[in-house]
Design a protein around this ligand. Structure first.
Ligand code: SF4
Length: 723
């Protein structure tokens, strides 16, 4: 099917949802004769999208044409203090300017900051507000590399789990959604499939119709957990202990696949010795489960074939989250589940897509910057520290004097929000934000630049939940003066006097570079050799080479011996990388400092889950009335178990305060058994839409995970009291 065909007065354009979601849906956009998009729908020809979109994006035109869209460059009026602007009255504090004025002023200020404090005092801050190859990171990366700006370590979401999975397997691959219907046991571990990965759900349902059992392991009774045959409400941060306990039972009872282990893995004997002490009784004390439940789960998992694990990134957002993912990822290697069609595991399949990123990002440009070397790296999960403390020590390098935020609502999503806000409030910090709406972060901006949505620019995209490369064609003209990442940073580069021709590349040229190694000399994944800019433009979505639509040919990653990109060439129970770094090469359970097992629990006895809304994407969509109505039940609520509410004299609907040493929130109690005793849950929202102008990140910390130095949102202790 051609991606853009004229049918009478309407056109159907093939686009791709670029929100941070594993499904990367193929979207058909109907555009009328006036150039207005009048319908978005899932592409029925895409085997994973299957013709439907989630509730978030089914109403996408409400977002594209929202009256609150930023349509022009804006500048903070002289004398207006940085900080939350009155909701709905933000524009009174801002003035509209032309793009030329904005770009000239921003380029001049960045040059001044670079000349005065050094280029590393400029910090880009972005994440996955869009995950298209060009929109996520392309011309922006070239620009900041050439400038010599600090590099951003993008750790806020997937780094701990991603690195952990690669420590075991060397690459991020997983069981295809399309093979799930063959499974007889599906375990969703920290994965709210129904809320955040809805296109896996039809395959889960198909498997259940075929007789599969469906188990959910999650401290919170999500929509998905509510639909499970068995919901295991584990305590936050103890997933690694459970995985080690399952291994103990599997090995004690001889349920492992010795042949697979011999052929495919490295370090089995050491692992067996390590898990010896993780008895069900011992693990039960940490996890809050009974020893009998652990025994049952281990036996079900090891004896049901095919069995598949769907992990998501919730598991890794605790202090020991990297090790937890690593231990869970070892389970299918122990039982040989990878050999069975429909078995195995899925965390992320992004490792299958090898776009030519060196050509797109041009890290070599750092050596042409005033630094003449690689710039320092700043961890995005410690933004509060970066804006308030970095530079205090001589070895830090310069303080951050300019921050350029795009694809992220940093003031709302970064942990330890009070520190982040103190940083953004600094009068000596120059802040630019490229955005679609006036968010919590634009409240601190000196300049706000209007950004396009995925309907308004062209891109290509892989996925972390399926194996299709897709092209997203521009369906409509940008709203107002909104502009894409590629355009914005190309213009800025030229104003900064960067002469390299790559700063004048068009999106089409960059798509060709991403797909074509011949022009740049970089090698890429052989699985993508058949995908050319032309074939992608013609077909819209193309599977990677190993993908077969033939049901008799399931995709079986890690099922037969191949040399894996690990030091041993095998699946590593014993990590040679960690051993070389002087770290524990085997998984072990270390209780999180911020948990009921840690020292802080005396003062703050409740474990806090700052959970994500099913109908928002982090904070994206939270400002739209239709989406807010879908989340109305938990707006401004703290879910608390009756056993925790009663001794505190808290009743349903009471005003309560929730606090720790980092901050406090005023919320309303929702007495709920969706959380287990000892755990409370509140939902991520915009600050300006939250009581007191603070969201859940007022409570979270900047402590980092054990692997990957990622954020630890789910290792947070609090106390709660009736107001
Ligand atoms: S958010 Fe996810 S499920 Fe929804 S349309 Fe986008 S890719 Fe599909």
């Amino acid at each position: 099917m051609a991606p853009a065909t004229a049918t009478g007065p309407f056109r159907i354009v093939h686009a791709v949802c670029s929100h941070d979601c594993p499904d990367s849906c193929a979207v058909l956009v109907t555009v009328n004769g006036e150039g207005r998009a009048i319908k978005v729908e899932g592409d029925p020809s895409h085997p994973v999208t299957q013709g439907f979109l989630c509730g978030k994006v089914a109403k996408y035109l409400d977002r594209v044409y929202a009256p609150q869209r930023i349509l022009h460059p804006l500048r903070r009026r002289a004398g207006v203090t940085k900080g939350p602007l009155a909701k709905g009255r933000e524009l009174e504090s801002l003035e509209q300017i032309s793009w030329d004025e904005a770009l000239d002023a921003i380029a001049a200020r960045l040059q001044h900051v670079s000349d005065t404090y050094g280029p590393e005092s400029i910090l880009p801050y972005s994440y996955a507000g869009t995950i298209g190859v060009l929109g996520y990171g392309s011309m922006d990366r070239r620009f900041f590399h050439r400038l010599g700006a600090s590099q951003l370590d993008r750790t806020i979401c997937a780094e701990a789990g991603g690195q952990a999975f690669k420590l075991v397997y060397g690459k991020k691959l997983g069981t295809r959604n399309e093979d799930f219907p063959r499974a007889k046991l599906i375990i969703a571990w920290g994965a709210n499939i129904h809320g955040t990965n809805i296109h896996l759900w039809p395959f889960v349902e198909q498997a259940r119709r075929n007789g599969a059992r469906f188990i959910v392991i999650d401290p919170y009774r999500t929509r998905t957990a509510g639909l499970a045959d068995w919901h295991i409400a584990i305590r936050p941060g103890t997933d690694g202990a459970l995985a080690l306990g399952l291994m103990h039972v599997i090995l004690r009872d001889g349920l492992e696949d010795r042949e697979y282990i011999r052929e495919m893995t490295h370090g089995f004997e050491q692992l067996a010795a390590r898990v010896h002490d993780y008895t069900p009784e011992c693990v039960a004390k940490w996890t809050g489960l009974s020893a009998a439940e652990i025994e049952q789960l281990a036996r079900e998992y090891a004896t049901t074939k095919p069995a598949v694990l769907r992990m998501n990134y919730g598991v890794q957002r605790s202090e020991n989250g990297g090790t937890a993912v690593r231990a869970i990822a070892m389970l299918p290697a122990l039982t040989g589940a990878w050999r069975h069609a429909g078995g195995g595991a899925q965390l992320s399949m992004s490792g299958a897509f090898k776009f030519n990123m060196p050509a797109i990002e041009r890290p070599d440009l750092m050596f042409s910057s005033p630094l003449g070397r690689e710039a320092r790296v700043v961890n995005m999960s410690r933004l509060g520290h970066a804006l308030t403390k970095l530079g205090d020590a001589a070895e830090d390098g310069p303080r951050v004097h300019a921050i350029f935020v795009y694809n992220s609502n940093a003031a709302a999503v970064a942990p330890n929000q009070n520190a982040v806000r103190r940083g953004f409030e600094r009068n000596d910090l120059f802040t630019v934000v490229h955005e679609q709406f006036l968010t919590d972060t634009t409240d601190y901006a000196d300049y706000i630049l209007p950004a396009t949505t995925f309907l308004e620019h062209t891109d290509i995209q892989g996925a972390y939940g399926h194996y299709f490369v897709q092209r997203s064609d521009q369906a409509i003209e940008p709203q107002g003066e909104a502009r894409s990442n590629v355009w914005l940073f190309s213009q800025l580069a030229q104003r900064m006097g960067f002469a390299e021709s790559c700063f004048r590349d068009s999106p089409e040229e960059m798509i060709r570079q991403a797909l074509n190694p011949d022009e740049t000399g970089h090698s890429r994944n052989p699985g993508m050799e058949h995908i050319t800019p032309e074939s992608l433009a013609e077909q819209g979505h193309i599977p990677l080479a190993f993908y077969s639509r033939d049901e008799a040919k399931p995709f079986l990653p890690f099922s037969v011996h191949e040399s894996l990109p690990t030091p041993s060439g095998k699946i590593e129970f014993y990590s040679e990388v960690l051993a070389a770094a002087g770290a524990d090469p085997l998984p072990a359970f270390v209780p999180p400092v911020e948990s009921r097992l840690g020292p802080g629990a005396r003062r703050f006895p409740l474990e806090f889950l700052p959970r994500k809304a099913d109908n928002y994407m982090n904070t994206t969509f939270a400002n739209l009335d239709g989406h807010r109505r879908m989340e109305a039940k938990t707006n401004h609520r703290l879910e608390i178990h009756p056993r925790d509410a009663a001794p505190r004299g808290i009743g349903d609907g009471d005003a309560i305060r929730i606090w720790n040493d980092r901050g406090s929130l005023q919320l309303t109690a929702l007495i709920s058994e969706r959380v287990p005793a000892g755990v409370v849950a509140g939902r991520l929202d915009w600050n300006k839409l939250s009581p007191g102008g603070r969201n859940v990140n007022a409570l979270t910390s900047e402590r980092l995970t054990d692997i990957g130095e990622a954020a630890t949102f789910y290792s947070t202790l609090v106390e709660v009291a009736r107001v």
